[in-house]
Design a binder for this molecule. Sequence first.
Ligand code: CIR
Length: 255
Amino acid sequence: MTMFKYAITRTPCRAMIDGLSDADLGMPDYEKALAQHKDYINALKECGLEVTVLDACEEYPDSCFVEDVALMTPHCAILTNPGAPSRRGEVEYIEKAVRSFYENVEKIASPGQIEAGDIMMVGDHYYIGLSERTNQEGAEEMISILEKYGMSGSVVTMSEVLHLKTGLGYLEDNNLLACGEFLTKPEFQKFNIIEIDQSESYAANSVWINGTVLIPKGHPGAVDAVKKAGYKVREVDVSEFQKLDGGLSCLSLRF
Ligand code: CIR
């Protein structure tokens, strides 16, 4: 089973209030977001991770969502090429931190576009969602890099949510949190699917870290289901990030 040692996060910038969003939940409160981000870091530490906290980057409103700009595997790191034009420049700001942990660093190049929120790791296999942010070329480039290092990847079609992991969360031990269109996808039927009701869809983006599952606060059905499956649960309030379509996984790189 995968065990994670490290996490990289980035302090939200004041400009986050201008981040990309389709959520229609109002504008985030910056001070509240900062406090929530601190608690998120505490939760990562409680799971045994050594956390690197990068400085806020005012130039890029969405830069706290570090998950999208790199994929960290046990064998190499891959810098992505985000499909959102306003986020492309975030990659160069994460590169130094990524290189400080990895000798092998690869890059996705245009016309390939990919955001790692669209990538779900299951052991040595990586599911890649084709979304508005991730195209076929980006997925193919990613798969050929993964194969070069002895791993594998496959594409998943999707249409309902922003990123693949907006609707899916792998909890190890063959357990998969899923919501909406992902419940019936043939490629996921081999997993023990833990269904997240549409009314709690935001909790499908929960994160397994070394035996504990981080779940966004305010989703009692998800908490019950995950506890019933045998996991320890740590709730984290990330309401201000939800306003920007960002979930728990998006706020860190874990490896
Ligand atoms: C965006 O639209 O790119 C950000 N506002 C939210 C990114 C969320 N990231 C993720 O789901 N992996």
